[in-house]
Every structure is written in structure tokens, then in C-alpha cells.
Design a protein around this ligand. Structure first.
Ligand code: PLP
Length: 400
């Protein structure tokens, strides 16, 4: 037996385990202190009423002779795909029902899609970035080139002169919260066509975009159906992080070497995946009803209020940041030129607030820090009071 040697090249991920260790140590030393966690990328608002009712109804159905369902279509039930089709139509994007694939979340599909691409492709990945893109390509042994995302380009890298075959774009971005505008995505689509490349577009946070001029789907850009696959998720949109449901769009226009990527993905999914539970798909269907949409928007707006609290605190102290407006993430420059881990320790020690050091998302994340708006309003408010005081104190002593 020989193992997949590429796994030896994976960098150990110490980010969240190191955070947990440091927080536990702090907690043991300061048992009286209330620690506020603004580091997690998981939602905290419960599932909305419409979803819960649909889950219960579908569970009851499964307990009856008439309503019981066994294996379903691997690519999802039409009742859900039709809702997603209508959802895209609202933004003038026409999708064929067979272009929509339901899955157990965007993470699985982002990794699994690589099955249909040759190992010999050169991949472009922004840095900093959601770590799954890097690790899944490393597991396949693919050549990765990093696209520098920094303060200069507002953490929105654009194509450079070099050629690549696959590019990952994530907008609104995790961890930076930055969002591409229409013009920027048009440039990426042009680049992909010129290079016969494919864009893997991660729109997991599209629901946080409230400016109608900003694209929520790559397919709002003319020509994108010829060069892009889109991944989306109900995790952050509707609190499905534990319930699990995502969807991937593989347009039929995507044909290479005489092979349809849509058919290849269908073949991959029907071979290696057996579909999302019927009950969960019924819950997801409820997200797209007018009532469901209203309820999920209440939760998203709740998080956005938290984001506003964080953004206002940073603005007050003239700290550079991206995100927070059309994204649950706020990506800030560490004050006083601290490294991201120094700032992590400083924040924990002096205000018992936990965030995520930017260095954990790539080389260019050094010197930056991610705060999330997924906590409660009360905790976010209290955390920002503490941070405000702390930053005022630093300003007084070192004059940042
Ligand atoms: N894409 C991005 C950018 C994410 O941040 C996450 C989760 O944090 C995912 C995809 C994964 O989504 P899912 O829960 O649907 O697997």
C-alpha cells in the first residue's frame, strides 16, 4: 500500500486549537472574567419558524406509509431546485433545473469539484483566504499560485498577467468581508475567457449583500455561464451550519475537450454521493418562501447590527478595516503594528475578547485580525465597550 504523499505537504492547522488552548488558559487564570467570543465563524441565531415547521411536517410524513421516502435523486429534489431557480430569476439569472445540484454544504462541493479537473491545472488562490481551497488542492498535488490580497487592493485582488487554469473567488469574502463590484467581476470573467480558465465562485455569504448594485451571483455578469461554477450554502443564510445544505451551479455551457462539466459533475455525484435527506430539503425549501425569506432576513439584519457596532468602534479609533457592511466579518489592521497573534493575546489579556488572528488565513493575513458579528447583540455591545476603552488607553500611552 502507498499513501497519498500529498497529505505530507499539508500544513498543520493550529489556528483554532491554539485559540482554544489560549482561551482555556486565560479562563483558568481568571475564573471571574466573562470571556466574549467574536472569533467563531458559526451562527448563533436558531433556525427560523418556517424551517422548523417544515422539518417537523416532513419528519411526520416520513413516518407514514404514503409519505415515506427512501433514496432520493442524488442531485436533489425538484421541489427545492425549482425554488432555487426562482431565487436566481429574481436577479435575472436563468438557470436550467439540471444546472442546480443540492449538496450537504458548500465545503464538501468545493473540495469534491476537484475530482473533475486534472491534477495538471495551475490554480490561483487569493491570500488570505478560506483555508479549504488551499488544502483540497494540496491533497490533489496541484500547483498553487497565490494572489496577493492587501490594503492596497482593498483585499480584492484582480487578474495579473500570468496564466492559470482555475481561480477561486469568494465574495463577500471570508475572512476579509470584502465584496467585488460588477466591474471587477466583469474583468475576472474576461480574464477567464481569455485564459480558457474556470472561476470557482464561492457565494456562501451572498445574503449579506444589501446594495443592489453589488452582484450576489457571478452569473449576474454577462458571459459567466461560459466560465464559472458557483457554490452557495444555507449555512450562514439560514442557520444551516448544523442542519447542512448547500447548492452548486454547474452551467451546461461549460464544455472542455468535448466533455460537459455538468455531466461530469452529475456522474461524480451519482457515483460518490447519495443525496441530502428529504427532511432537510423540505426545511431548505421553506427558506425560499416569502415568510421564510422574511424570517431569515431578520436574523441577517440582527448580525448586521452587531457588525455596525464593531465597525463604529473601529472608525472611532481610525483603525483600517474591510467588511462589516455586506458581510458578517470585519477584518481589521492590528493597532500599533502588532502581529496578529500579539493582538490576539493583547485583546484577550486586557479585555477578555476573543477574535481570530489573520495569520491563520495565509501569509498576507499577518498584521490583521478577524472579528465576527455572529454573537449576541448584548455580548457584541459589551465587547465593543471594552475594546473602545482599550483602544483609548493605547492611544493615550503610545499614540497609535
Ligand atoms: N465557503 C466559505 C467562504 C465559508 O466561510 C464557509 C464556512 O465557513 C463555507 C464555504 C462552508 O459552508 P458550508 O457550511 O455550507 O459547508
Amino acid at each position: 500500500m502507498k499513501i497519498n504523499e500529498n497529505y505530507k505537504k499539508l500544513e498543520e492547522s493550529y489556528l483554532f486549537s491554539t485559540i482554544a488552548k489560549k482561551v482555556n488558559e486565560y479562563s483558568a487564570q481568571h475564573p471571574d472574567k466573562k470571556i466574549i467570543r467574536l472569533g467563531i465563524g458559526d451562527v448563533t441565531r436558531p433556525l427560523c419558524k418556517s424551517v422548523v415547521e417544515a422539518l417537523i411536517k416532513a419528519s411526520n410524513e416520513m413516518g407514514t406509509k404514503e409519505g415515506f421516502r427512501g433514496y432520493g435523486p442524488e442531485q436533489g429534489y425538484d421541489f427545492l431546485k425549482e425554488e432555487i431557480q426562482k431565487y436566481y430569476q429574481k436577479r435575472n439569472v436563468e438557470l436550467d433545473i439540471d444546472e442546480i445540484f443540492i449538496s450537504d454544504g458548500a465545503k464538501s462541493d468545493l473540495g469534491n469539484i476537484l475530482d473533475i479537473f486534472s491534477k495538471d491545472n495551475k490554480v490561483l488562490i487569493p491570500d488570505p483566504v478560506y483555508p479549504v481551497y488551499v488544502d483540497t488542492n494540496t491533497m490533489h498535488g496541484r500547483e498553487i499560485e497565490f494572489l496577493k490580497a492587501d490594503k492596497e487592493n482593498n483585499f480584492l485582488p484582480m487578474p495579473e498577467n500570468s496564466h492559470a487554469d482555475i481561480v477561486y473567488l469568494c465574495s463577500p469574502n471570508n475572512p476579509t468581508g470584502a465584496v467585488y463590484n460588477r466591474k471587477q467581476l466583469e474583468t475576472w470573467v474576461e480574464w477567464a475567457k481569455e485564459n480558457n480558465a474556470i472561476i470557482l465562485f464561492d457565494s456562501a455569504y451572498e445574503c449579506f449583500i444589501s446594495d443592489t448594485n453589488l452582484p450576489r451571483s457571478i452569473y449576474e455578469i454577462k458571459g459567466a455561464k461560459d466560465c464559472a461554477i458557483e457554490f452557495c450554502s444555507l449555512s450562514k443564510t439560514a442557520g444551516f451550519t448544523g442542519t447542512r445544505l448547500g447548492y452548486t451551479i454547474v452551467p451546461k455551457n461549460l464544455v472542455n475537450e468535448g466533455m460537459s462539466l455538468n455531466k461530469m459533475w452529475l456522474r461524480r455525484q451519482t457515483t460518490k454521493f447519495n443525496g441530502v435527506p428529504y427532511i432537510i430539503q423540505r426545511g431548505a425549501q421553506a427558506v425560499f418562501t416569502p415568510e421564510g425569506q422574511k424570517e431569515i432576513m431578520e436574523n441577517i439584519n440582527y448580525y448586521k447590527e452587531n457588525a455596525k457596532l464593531i465597525a463604529n468602534t473601529l472608525k472611532k479609533h481610525n483603525i483600517f478595516f474591510t467588511g462589516g457592511l455586506h458581510s458578517p466579518y470585519i477584518w481589521l489592521e492590528c493597532p500599533n503594528k502588532m502581529t496578529s497573534w500579539e493582538f490576539f493575546d493583547f485583546l484577550l489579556e486586557n479585555s477578555a475578547v476573543v477574535g481570530t488572528p489573520g495569520a491563520g488565513f495565509g501569509k498576507n493575513g499577518e498584521g490583521y485580525f478577524r472579528l465576527t458579528s455572529f454573537g449576541t447583540y448584548e455580548n457584541t455591545y459589551e465587547a465593543m465597550e471594552r475594546v473602545d476603552k482599550l483602544l483609548s488607553d493605547i492611544l493615550k500611552t503610545v499614540g497609535v
